[in-house]
Design a protein around this ligand. Sequence first.
Ligand SMILES: [Zn+2]
Ligand SMILES: [Zn+2]
Length: 462
Amino acid sequence: MKVLMLALVLLAQAGPPAAPAEVAVGVLSKYRPRQLSLRAPGAELDIELVAPDGRSRRLAARRASLRCEPGSQIVLDLQSPPPERSGDRRSSLRETVDNRKIIENDLCNSAERRGVQVEKPRFSTVSRERGTGGEGSRGSGGEGSRGSGGEGLRAAELRIRPRGSRALRVRVPGAAERSYPGWLEIGTQGERCRLVVHVPFERYVEQVACYEIRGAGPEALEAQAVLVRSYALAHLGRHAAEGFDFCDLTHCQVYPGDGACTAAQLESLRKVAGQVLLFEGELADVAYFSTCGGHTASAADVWGGETARPYLQGVEDSREGRALCARSDHLRWRFEVERDELCAALRAKLPAAAGRCAVSIAETGRGGWVRRVRIAGPGGEASISGADFHLLMGRRFGWSRFKSGHFVVQARGGRYVFLGRGLGHGVGMCQHGAMGLERAGADHRAILEHYFPGTALGSLAR
Ligand SMILES: [Zn+2]
Ligand SMILES: [Zn+2]
């Protein structure tokens, strides 16, 4: 019996991990929001206010606007509170204004008790013109304006969840309104709002996949979803120090919220739900990028390290002499720069680039991806990896101008000319190549086998 139990335990531990129910994604930070508005068309918002002392209160509203202030304060303004419900814990909160006062007093009192100077809330409502006209405001009549009479609530943290399974709509200045499934946690960071959405795992994977490989057919999209899921599982908690799993930017994977997928795309993604890429029974270390230019890079050439994954050695990405990603706008690129400007850009990192520097390729890796770049100047000589050079040049001159670490360089008089191929870091799946493979008849399995030789598809434990 004991042996059987042990065998069962071992069986349960082997193979791919189980999927988490939800992931926490830090969103909209690139807009550095100081204020935002929230709604959930057709549903009320269930709002939990957490006071600085950790005590919390719950209330409901149709819409909410809030502003983040220094000192970890969120000033909240609610609109169109729902009618009173018998038996509800909130039934004692008869009217918006009373409702606010109760909580406001609560929060202020606790702050005062701790000797904190409390300022009387003075938050005027977001104008009703803004963002109205949607389903959210229909039928609310004058209730909204009555409920938004210039006084606000204060909290250190908020947790907001739409009732039912509705998505939460979030608008921050400078960005289009985003729609998120799950619930939202709001805190402050200096005078900015810090937003973390808690999203069901598969909903996250679907939208990231559709966004990351826009314009792809179903097979390339399915391959992309397998990679998004595998990557997410391998990097869960990447931003744990900041209180979430992933950011919504290219640093992790771009998560735009709901709306990136069409109904047909969601349908084909359902076929590969829960599928991950495995190598020898373990989650594979995956990566992807836009365009390789005819050959993907070896992870060892780009990221260094001697123990390169056997499935990340770089593959030829062409058929009959034509790159599979030939339809990409980034198949070839050319970047020309004055020598002085180039040397100035490199100087910050490399003192050797002071004065009149000379740049050349020291070592080229598999498929033409640059392994090392040599920089010589009056101050001596130095070399950096091709990936670091790409990073430095991309940051200084723009990622759409210096597109990859796959290039040759020529000095012409006082100028340098870089002739390159592809867009991105070059390791793993070439997205435009995957689309080319699909046009040639490959399914998602064949696409993944091409870019990650030796790996196999597996399913997450449920
Ligand atoms: Zn990130
Ligand atoms: Zn390619």
